[in-house]
Unconditional design. Structure first.
Length: 214
């Protein structure tokens, strides 16, 4: 059996450095050498994002580095998609993410989205300042297993509760695991509003989200 560890390490390192331009030819090189698309995704790309996630949690890298790594990840997965589809490799599942009503912040949301995608999960991003009913309707029509709600202001945290209450009232609360996060959000607040999970950073959010699909 061929050993692709060298090219996989190269891809992982390019991703960690955010070398979006160089990573696509490296992915193609791995495919041309005969590597399985699923292995490239798991052992090169996801492995690289896991390293970045760990460094982020340990404050060894910061938001800008994670964003450029995630951008490289997106470029690489776009290049890999046709090969994955041909090989019949599907995402492990689907998640929905948004910043709640009244809140215009999106850097944290985007970071979480990219980290979750780095775990092989398809993410539907509803955007910022999303009305509660829009979220509920999306949960009803989607087969997503996880809903991530971001709030960066103390004044908009209550909208996270509104969404959970609305899901309960409309009988679809059990369809999804609700994860909440954002600067003012705490574990006690998450417990109080009936969320399934609270995470303090994007890397942990991705790990917790991924665990719901295992």
């Amino acid at each position: 059996m061929a050993d692709y560890s060298e090219i996989f390490n190269e891809i992982s390192e390019l991703l960690q450095k955010g070398k979006a331009r160089d990573i696509v030819p490296a992915v193609q090189k791995a495919l041309d050498a005969g590597a399985e698309p699923a292995d490239i995704l798991q052992d090169a790309l996801m492995a690289g994002m896991n390293i970045i996630g760990g460094k982020f949690k340990r404050n060894e890298v910061f938001v800008p580095e994670v964003l450029i790594a995630a951008r490289a990840m997106n470029k690489a997965t776009e290049a890999l998609k046709p090969a994955l589809a041909k090989a019949g490799v599907a995402p492990v599942g689907k998640a929905i993410i948004c910043t709640v009503k009244g809140d215009q912040h999106d850097i944290g949301k985007n970071l979480v989205k990219m980290m979750i995608e780095g775990k092989g999960i398809e993410v539907e991003d509803l955007g910022i300042d999303v009305d509660t009913q829009v979220v509920v309707n999306k949960v009803k029509e989607s087969d997503a297993k996880v809903l991530c709600l971001s709030a960066l202001l103390t004044t908009t945290m209550t909208a996270q509760k509104e969404v959970i209450d609305a899901l309960t009232n409309e009988g679809v609360r059990n369809k999804v695991k609700v994860m909440v996060g954002g600067a003012p959000v705490t574990q006690s607040f998450a417990d109080e509003i009936g969320a399934d999970a609270y995470t303090p950073d994007a890397a942990t959010a991705a790990e917790v989200c991924r665990a719901y699909y295992d």
